[in-house]
Every structure is written in C-alpha cells, then in structure tokens.
Write a protein that binds this ligand. Structure first.
Ligand code: PYC
Length: 333
C-alpha cells in the first residue's frame, strides 16, 4: 500500500450531522490566533480541507474539525472547522462532535459527571461541558460566543422571488431567518431542492445588496446560511430547514443557527433568560438552547447562548492518498 498523505480521524455525528474530528497528520497550522489559522487554511491549505471533505472521502454536506494546540493559555484545545463548503469561524454541531471525541478517546482528562473542555475557536472561547457516565459522553452543552441581531424585520429584493421579509443574526456565523410561508414552500423534504434554491437566491441577494460584516472576526463578511422557519414555530419549539452555501442542508439543528435564532427571539422580547428553547432540524433531531447572560458586542446588545445536543462516534480512520490517485483533492459532484 502506498500513501503520500496519512490523516487520522475519529468520525462522529451530532444529531445526524457528521463531524470528522482530525486527530493527527496535520501538524501545527501557522497563525497567532485560531482565526489566523482558519485564514491560513483557506489561503494555503485548502487542498487538506478538500482531501478530507470532498468525494470520495467525504460528500457534499461533509463537515470536520482539525484539532490544534490552543493559541490561548486559558484553553485546552483549539479547533479549525472545515466543511465541504469552506472554513466556518464557529460550528456548534462540530464542537459537540469534537468534545465527544476528546472525551471518548481520552484526549482530555475525563471527570464524571461533567468534563469541562475550554476550546479556542476562530470565533472566540467556547466552553464545552460534557455529561459523562461510565466513560461515555452522553450529551454536550456548549457555551457559545456572544450572539446578536444585525437587523430585524428587513426586506430583501430577491430575483425570481420578489420582496422577502427576513431578519439577520450572528451566532458564530450570520443567519438570515425567513418564514417558509414567505417563499410559498411547505416544510417538506420532498421539496428540498426548491427550498435550497430559494435559500441560495436569498443569500446571494443579501450578499450583493447589504452584506453583513462582523466587527472583530476578520474574513466574516457574508451570509452563507438561511434558516427557513416552519409554520407553527414559536419561542418554545421551532422547526427549520437550514440551507447552506453552496447547496446543502444541515442535518443537525445547527448550533450557531440556534444561537442566532435565540438572539432574534430575545431581541423581540419573546425568549427570556434561562428558558429552554427547542430547535428541531429538517430530519427531526433536536438541540435545546438557553440564553444564560446578556452582554454586548461592539456596543450592540448581545446574549450568551448555550446549546445542548448529543454526538456519537461512528468510526476511526486513516485517510490516505495513493500517489497515483487522479483525484488528490477529491471532487465535487
Ligand atoms: O451546528 O453550527 C452548526 C453548523 C453550522 C453549519 C453546520 N452546522
């Protein structure tokens, strides 16, 4: 067997969404901060992301986490998130998957009933509290980065769809929140291509006409996620289809999207502190969110969200590259 590249990883899924947690073979990515490392991967190591996320080793909705030594003294591990579509500043399901793998592989000191892992992410400090019993990671609660509303009840002119009402909030990534009724589509996976097309058209229109820009995270100046809210959703239980650039749906309830949604509901006065908010994905899996504190980001009112979800290890692998392989970075189908 010949190989010019060997990457070791533990694969997991968080409420249906994969996270390939990369434990070896990458080395220390250059960069003084985790966001610098993310930007370095985007500019200089995109072949690594493609190798691990594209077909045939991954697929169109593949997601992963590169474990790194932290750049901050107050953290245990650093993470650079990778996906089929790029490198996110923060990923909730990926953090729950990575924390589960760190516990179940013994890559952190495990204490029961709760193991606390402080994570250095490109978006900032994220604290994972893992509920552990008999060595098993039963559930993970992440304390996310400050989340805030960028605009409430805005309207965007979308070619082919017309004027679409939406709100935009940050929960680690920017999320446009749109009622499915407003694009005339049902909450039905049989109609997923139409929902996806509408989501891609809405994010393109927002990015062309009024792109968001994060005040402190370099390179975060776009909206690549549209959270289509299903009819009947409210501040206790919300169901959604999360359309993601360039063309896939989150299978999990989306941790950063849940954070953005809670920031929106809080800004409307519909969600109080320390109150459970259930967010359900397009496949019916659930995260439980809570707002645990109020804060501000660059003068904007913001909240600190927590998200609780579960992840399961699905395999361990060594991903290899035969020097004769005609697709060294895989392919997108
Ligand atoms: O869980 O934050 C999340 C996420 C982002 C994209 C896919 N999942």
């Amino acid at each position: 067997m010949r190989s010019s590249r060997v990457i070791t990883a533990v694969d997991s899924h968080t409420e249906g969404m994969p996270t390939r947690v990369v434990t070896g073979g990458v080395g220390v990515i250059p960069g003084a901060t985790m966001n610098d490392k993310r930007l370095h991967v985007i500019e200089h190591q995109d072949d690594l992301r493609q190798f691990l996320m594209n077909e045939p080793r991954g697929h169109a909705s593949m997601s992963g986490a590169l474990l790194q030594p932290p750049t901050r003294e107050d953290c245990d591990w650093g993470i650079v998130y990778i996906e089929a579509s790029g490198c996110l500043p923060m990923c909730g399901h990926g953090t729950i998957g990575a924390a589960t793998v760190l516990v179940e592989t013994g890559m952190v000191e495990v204490t029961e009933p709760v193991t606390t892992i402080r994570l250095d992410t490109p978006a900032g400090l994220v604290i994972a509290r893992v509920a552990v019993s008999e060595g098993h990671a039963d559930a993970v609660t992440i304390e996310n980065v400050p989340s805030f509303v960028d605009r409430l009840d805005a309207v965007i002119d979308v070619p082919g769809l017309g004027e679409i009402p939406y709100s935009l909030a940050f929960g680690g990534n920017y999320y446009a929140m749109v009622n499915l009724d407003d694009v005339g589509l049902p909450f039905d996976r049989a109609r997923q291509q139409e929902i996806l097309d509408a989501g891609l058209a809405i994010m393109a229109a927002i990015n062309e006409q009024d792109a968001p820009k994060h005040p402190s995270i370099a390179g975060l100046d776009h909206c690549h996620h549209v959270e289509f809210i299903a009819p009947g959703s409210n501040a206790q239980l919300s169901r959604h289809a999360m359309a993601i650039h360039p063309g896939w749906f989150d299978r999990s309830p989306c941790g950063t999207g849940t954070s953005a949604r809670m920031a929106e509901l809080w800004a409307r006065g519909e969600l109080a502190l320390d109150t459970d908010f259930i967010n359900e994905s397009f496949i019916g899996s659930r995260f439980t969110g809570r707002i645990i504190a109020e804060t501000d980001v660059d003068g904007m009112p913001a909240v600190i969200p927590t998200i609780t979800g579960r992840a399961w290890v699905t395999g361990m692998g060594q991903y290899m590259l035969d020097p004769a392989d005609p697709f060294p970075t895989g392919f997108v189908f």
